[in-house]
Design a binder for this molecule. Sequence first.
Ligand code: ADP
Ligand code: UDP
Length: 238
Amino acid sequence: MEKAELLYEGKAKKMFATEDKQVIWVEYLDQATALNGVMKDQIQGKGELNNQITSRIFQYLTKKGIDNHFIDILSKTEQLVKKVEVIPLEVVVRNFAAGSFSKRLAVPEGTLLPEPIIEFYYKDDSLDDPFINEAHIAFLELATPAEIQEIKLIALQVNEALQELFAGIGLQLIDFKLEFGRLADGKILLADEISPDTCRLWDSDSHEHMDKDVYRRKIGNLVPVYQEVLARLNNYSF
Ligand code: ADP
Ligand code: UDP
């Protein structure tokens, strides 16, 4: 497979075309951003860590029967994925209160939620990714009600599978963000990335942050933390 023209350069990845219209070549970048780009830094080694972590997690989900866009890892920083038409939604699943949920609702971080809570954010940087509900999604025609039902079902399946995986490597899955897209035949498929950039992971014993909050909150160095997450994932057999 050959890498062809650059289709899109985002904050964390570059997406390239390939000779197969249904396949894209993803390159993970050494860039960290937060607060919709207000914080932006080059962090050497971040791209290869997230590429390897995401690949391992998607391989695990495939094994668990959860279909997703991942095809193959190509190099330390590159992977091949099935091309989808991205649905511009950030689908957040929360098991414990943290981050914007804690702030908005004045619930202390770390409070266990009786049931997982799914939230939708409209993926639009110019609007700062606003929090929206299913009526807004229907009004904006981002997805049909049936697609939203499917997305919620898959998001909860991913949550079950990831909670088991992370518990097995001594991490609590506090919350995470997923993205979905449509294949050419309209099938909804889990896409994008699952890494410490997109999940909140707390060490089960020490409750230390093992995710992008070390960068967002300036409480430590990102690289050794992500290295530890990858090492634990690589030691976990599935
Ligand atoms: P951002 O756009 O937020 O800066 P990235 O740097 O992670 O994010 O860019 C990756 C882009 O590629 C995102 O817009 C994401 O929705 C999109 N994407 C992820 N997976 C796929 C896929 N399988 N097919 C097409 N686009 C994808
Ligand atoms: N998240 C993400 N990308 C975003 C916003 C959030 O991956 O653009 C993830 C974030 O890492 C966390 C979860 O979604 O795991 C919930 O984030 P929250 O709404 O609490 O926002 P934050 O506190 O990060 O602003």
